[in-house]
Structure formats: C-alpha cells, structure tokens
Write a protein that binds this ligand. Structure first.
Ligand SMILES: Nc1ncnc2c1ncn2[C@@H]1O[C@H](COP(=O)(O)OP(=O)(O)OP(=O)(O)O)[C@@H](O)[C@H]1O
Length: 346
C-alpha cells in the first residue's frame, strides 16, 4: 500500500458495529460488512499473568464448554448489554484492529447499535469500551432503528413501520415513524433463553446433560415455533447421562423442542401483541397494510413467521439476511449524515 492509500485509509476508517450478545458484525464505510464473528473471548486466567486473551470470535466459540481449568471462554455480552467490561473492550479492540489490518494509528469514528431499552449506565459502558478500544468518536443507534434502515423501510416518512428483532439476548419490538421510535419494548428473552430452556428440558425429561453449543445446534436444526404434522424431524443428541455419569446418545424430535421453547415463544408473541395494543390508531392502520418486519437470528426459527401471522392476523415479512440487518442499517447511516443526525441517541 502506498502513502496516499494509507492516508486515505485514515479518513475512510469509520465503522458501524452491531455489538450483539451472540454475534458481532463490523461494517466499514464504503466496503460493507467485513467481519461477522461470535461475541466470544477465550481468556487464560493464571495468577501470574492478568487475564491474557487467547482467542476471539469463532476460534473462541469452538472452545466454549471445552476448556481446561485455567482457560475460560467468555461471552462478555449478556442480555444485549456488557456483562464483562474488560473482555468486551479486548474483543472490540481485536475486531477493530482486524478490520484495519492492524494499523494501530487508525482511530475510527464508530457507530454502535444497542438495545432500545438500555440504561444510561449501560450506554456509558458501551461508549467507554469502544473509546478504550481505540475509537475517536462513538455514536449510538437503537437496534430496531438500525434494523428498519437495514431492511430499507421508509423510516423518514410519516408512515408506520413495525420491527421485531430477535437476537441472542434481547427481543426488540419497535414502532417507527418520521425517523423516530414511537413505541418500543425490549424483552430480555431471545435465542439464549431458548437454548437454556432446551438444556433444562433434556435434563428433566432424559436425565441427560448437554452443553450450550449443543442446545443451540438443536434449536437451529430442528427447533420450530409452529407444528408441521407432515414434517416431524429427529436429531441425535450427545451428552452426559446424569445417573450413570457416562456419555450417551439419544434421539430427540422437533415436537419436543417446540414444547421446550414454548414459554420463550409465548413471551415474544405476547410482547408483539402488547406493542400492537399500545400503537396509536393512525399508526396501527398503517401496520395493517404494511405488516410486521421480522429480523435478528431468531427470525430464522422455523415457522415463527407463521405463528406470528396466525396470532396477529397481519402480514409478516422476514428480512433478506436477518443476522446482518442491524449491521447493514447501522452502516448505511455512516453514508448519510442527514439520517445519522436524526437517528443517533444520547
Ligand atoms: N436458524 C436459526 N433458528 C433459530 N435461531 C437461530 C437460527 N440462526 C441463528 N439463530 C439464533 O439467533 C441468535 C443470534 O442472533 P443475532 O446475531 O441477531 O443476535 P445478536 O445481535 O448477537 O443479539 P442481541 O441483539 O440480543 O444483542 C442466537 O441465539 C442464535 O442461536
């Protein structure tokens, strides 16, 4: 790279980050989404060395539940917010350096998507962790607003858009009109709680202990929100028998998994119904015409759109790439100062 390229690089270094409970995505201005990795960090916790980071992202996720005593694989974000400040900062620093090819002199301006229900203290934690990780300036955008922009909804028009974003830690339901959030509700029930419910179900019913990773695989492969009598799927699950202590394999079917996660699904449906009840009548009329946009990794749960359609009687659309919609929307605001000014939060 010549001097002019690297000089220009400094000025095109602005980033948008979807700092998610499950996944972190980074959008570089002018390039699009360049990084998508699990929000996991593996740390060595010797007494001599202070928490040394061993791996970040996919490499660290593969270590979850498989580490020896002195190494822990940590998910520093819980329920959509920072649970471990130091590790979140290390993770952000790693991702920022990675997308900038480790040019440490680059101090980007960063826009970060956060859940709509977060407190001032939580906002400050996000801001400070990005600043300590090398950001020159940090802007925050609410996840449902970013999702609406990412889904190409006409957010600046006086018409109503309803977005439901189901992530790892939070489900965000928001009603958007004239570039503002008219109503929002953030529920701390989403993909992670479904995984936990699967672990508990398998333990209770079969005395089999399975890990977080296995539970997620079960959910994404045979999990569903609405019965499909013609298509009951089965999966072989490996875990440890709690009675004998010996590893065991058993077959589990999609009906059982729907039952296991039913409480979480009900909570999500209920939150959507409450949002519909609370929406002012003129805007509710728009929702009848335009329907609800579903996004976030949870939108990929089989037949969730079908269930919501039945429960609400409204048209339901799933965005093109639900896992990237928030990052894409946050990134688009970098390209338009006009939109950026309207949607950033303090
Ligand atoms: N095919 C699928 N079926 C069901 N769930 C899925 C599927 N694919 C991914 N998920 C779930 O989606 C969640 C991750 O979604 P996403 O990346 O949008 O969340 P996030 O942005 O990291 O979380 P948050 O918004 O809560 O901070 C995980 O719980 C994951 O298990």
């Amino acid at each position: 790279m010549n001097f002019i390229d690297s000089f220009l690089g400094v000025f095109s270094s602005d980033l948008a980050i979807d700092l998610g409970t499950a996944n972190t995505l980074v959008y570089v201005k002018g390039k699009g989404i360049v990084l998508s990795e699990p929000s996991v960090v593996a740390v060595r916790t010797d007494n001599r060395t202070k928490n040394r980071v061993l791996a970040v992202g996919l490499e660290a996720k593969n270590m979850l539940g498989r580490t020896p005593g002195n190494i822990v694989a940590i998910r520093p974000m819980r329920d959509g917010v920072i649970a471990d400040f130091e590790v979140t900062e290390a993770m952000l620093r790693h991702f920022i350096h990675k997308v900038h090819n480790r040019r440490t002199f680059v101090r980007p301006r960063i826009i970060i998507a956060v859940p709509s229900g977060i407190t001032q203290v939580e906002k400050r934690a996000v801001r400070e962790s990005a600043e300590s990780a090398g950001a020159r300036e940090v802007f925050l955008i609410e996840e449902p607003m970013a999702a609406a922009i990412g889904a190409d909804l006409p957010i600046t028009e006086p018409t109503c858009n309803m977005v439901v974003d189901i992530g790892g830690g939070t489900t965000e339901v928001a009603v958007i009109s004239l570039a503002g959030i008219v109503y929002s509700r953030s529920l701390r029930v989403a993909g992670d709680k479904m995984d936990e419910a699967i672990i508990q179900y398998v333990k209770r019913k079969y005395n089999l202990l399975i890990g977080e990773r296995t539970a997620e695989i079960i959910k994404t492969s045979i999990g569903n929100a609405y019965p499909d009598p013609n298509k009951v799927e089965t999966l072989e699950v490996k875990g440890r028998d709690l009675v004998t202590g010996i590893p065991k394999i058993l077959a589990i079917d999609s009906e059982e998994i729907r039952e296991a996660i039913s409480e979480q699904i009900e909570a999500i449906v209920e939150t959507v119904k409450i949002a519909l009840e609370q929406t002012p009548p003129e805007l509710a009329a728009d929702i009848v015409d335009r329907g609800i946009v579903l996004t976030g990794g949870g939108a990929l749960l089989k037949n969730l759109d079908k269930l919501l359609r039945e429960e609400s009687g409204l048209p339901i659309t799933v965005t093109e790439d639900p896992l990237s919609t928030v990052a894409l929307g946050s990134g688009k605001t970098l390209d338009s100062l006009e939109i950026l000014k309207q949607v950033i939060i303090i």
